[in-house]
Design a protein around this ligand. Structure first.
Ligand SMILES: O=P(O)(O)OC(CO)CO
Ligand SMILES: [Mg+2]
Ligand SMILES: [Mg+2]
Length: 280
């Protein structure tokens, strides 16, 4: 059977690898750090350069396709997901890690048609791990199939989450309340790679049972979320119900038993949506 998006996916893998080389080389240079939404929301010239590299190369091959890119949105482009084929790009997921040479940095490329994810590519470029998923065809790391953990007991689980880049006292309070509740269940441990995309790949790989976060953006999770579901995992909103990739909230888990137990402990809140201006 012909897969009409296979060419696009092959291109995503090629360009993610090339982008990863640029990121690796930039680690040996001075990294000029700028800030965006808060003093701890970091961006570098490499983020911008890599996003342009990806967008230009995709435009040459697929001139009618649309884009949602983290740094393009930061520069004022609208964050709108339509039915058109759309590339959802985070050029460096884990910019704080990149700035500090903490070794989990990913290039994340999601691709959606009719608002449905068709493929996801996450290249963890310092580990040299290429995570891929094609809708209905499974998830892989360096071509080896992935599957989520089969653990059903939350007390035997490791959960990934992050503190995010908001320092709004109420948001920080909610984050710590959730964390205290979950740690106290008790669980085996809490981990966070500092990259939403890599955290999702850790769920897909069975290294952690679940990952949840409030405050992430669609470009952080577009690719990794398909990698989770294609590895047999599930996606939900942090209050239960269907996940909404524009809502800035996600819970990815190996199964509903683990997800339902976490939902009872998460103190949720709602940051402004990624597509807020579009939906108003
Ligand atoms: O490093 P970035 O792309 O800002 O992403 C963060 C979350 O927004 C880590 O996932
Ligand atoms: Mg990101
Ligand atoms: Mg980024």
């Amino acid at each position: 059977m012909v897969d009409i998006w296979q060419n696009a996916m092959d291109h995503a893998v090629t360009i993610a690898r090339r982008a990863g080389e640029v990121v690796r080389e930039a680690l040996h240079e001075d990294r000029k750090v700028m800030t965006k939404s808060s003093s701890v929301d970091l961006v570098t010239q490499t983020d911008q350069k890599v996003e342009q590299l990806i967008i230009q190369s995709v435009k040459e091959k697929f001139p009618t396709h649309r884009f949602i890119g983290e740094e393009s949105v930061a520069a004022g482009e609208v964050c709108e997901l339509t039915d058109s084929p759309t590339w959802i790009i985070d050029p460096i997921d884990g910019t704080t890690n990149f700035v500090h040479t903490f070794p989990f940095v990913a290039v994340s490329i999601g691709f959606s048609v009719n608002k449905q994810s068709e493929f996801g590519v996450v290249y963890s470029c310092l580990e040299d791990k290429m995570f891929t998923a094609r809708r209905g065809r499974g998830a892989f790391c360096n071509d080896q199939p992935l599957s989520v953990s089969d653990q059903e007991d939350i007390k035997q689980s490791v959960i990934a989450t992050e503190f995010g880049s908001s320092r709004d006292p109420e948001a920080v309070n909610n984050i710590f309340t959730s964390l205290r509740n979950i740690v106290s269940l008790p669980i085996h441990g809490v981990r966070g790679a500092g990259s939403a995309a890599i955290n999702l790949c850790l769920v897909a790989s069975g290294c952690v049972e679940a990952y949840y976060e409030i405050g992430i953006h669609v470009w952080d999770i577009a690719a990794g979320s398909l990698i989770v579901t294609e590895a047999g995992g599930i996606l939900l909103d942090v209050e239960g119900g269907p996940v909404d990739l524009m809502s800035r909230r996600i819970l990815a888990a190996n199964n509903t038993t683990i997800a339902d137990r976490l939902i009872r402990e998460i103190q949720s809140f709602s940051p402004p949506r990624d597509d807020e201006e579009v939906t108003q």
